[in-house]
Design a protein around this ligand. Structure first.
Ligand code: FE2
Ligand code: FE2
Length: 184
């Protein structure tokens, strides 16, 4: 099934949805006694992050193979590196979920709707890079909110998320450079 090709408006509303959803979960967490992290909320947010990383891995893999087809070897190499790093993030998050006594959700059913970022194929190389940049910016916002939500209540999860966030920021920075390169 071909993925929808959202325009700019769709991107903006997705961020609003993401923020609304994050706030809803944060509101649930705030009602726990002593402001300690609510394990069930943390697990739910971690599973959303896991879905996001899986979708990002799949999108980068698609872009890697399509970019190879149009002889854009250096961009393809960047896509592959990002795909591998998103896969590592997914594994870190799944491991943390089990450490917290939860179950990582790898079900393909509903994967795209659990994910914050979208699976957009892109029409051409510039489109692919732009869509990846949009997805990274969503991930950056999402992880930033998650980290703020945790505060000092779960330092191990927080430290893991901070490291993932730093990589997503590097990805966004690299994509912006690639996008500028495409425009000459
Ligand atoms: Fe990631
Ligand atoms: Fe990333």
């Amino acid at each position: 099934m071909a993925a929808a090709q959202p325009g700019r408006g769709a991107f903006l509303s997705d961020i609003e949805t993401l923020r609304r959803r994050a706030r809803e979960h944060i509101a649930q967490g705030a009602v726990t006694p002593g402001y300690h992290a609510d394990r069930s909320v943390v697990l739910k947010l971690l599973n959303e992050a896991l879905a996001t990383e899986i979708i990002c891995t799949l999108r980068y893999k698609r872009h890697y193979f399509m970019a190879k087809g149009i002889h854009a070897e250096s961009v393809a190499a960047e896509f592959l590196e990002h795909a591998n790093e998103e896969q590592q993030h997914a594994d870190l998050i799944a491991a943390r979920i089990t450490q917290l006594g939860g179950e990582p959700d790898f079900s393909p059913d509903g994967l795209a709707s659990r994910s914050h970022a979208e699976y957009v194929e892109g029409e051409n190389l510039e489109d692919m890079i732009r869509e990846d940049l949009v997805a990274e910016r969503i991930a950056i916002d999402s992880y930033g909110e998650f980290i703020c939500f945790l505060g000092n209540d779960d330092p191990t999860t927080r430290r893991m998320l901070e490291e993932i966030l730093a990589t997503e920021e590097e990805h966004a920075d690299e994509l912006l450079s690639l996008l500028r390169g495409q425009r000459g």
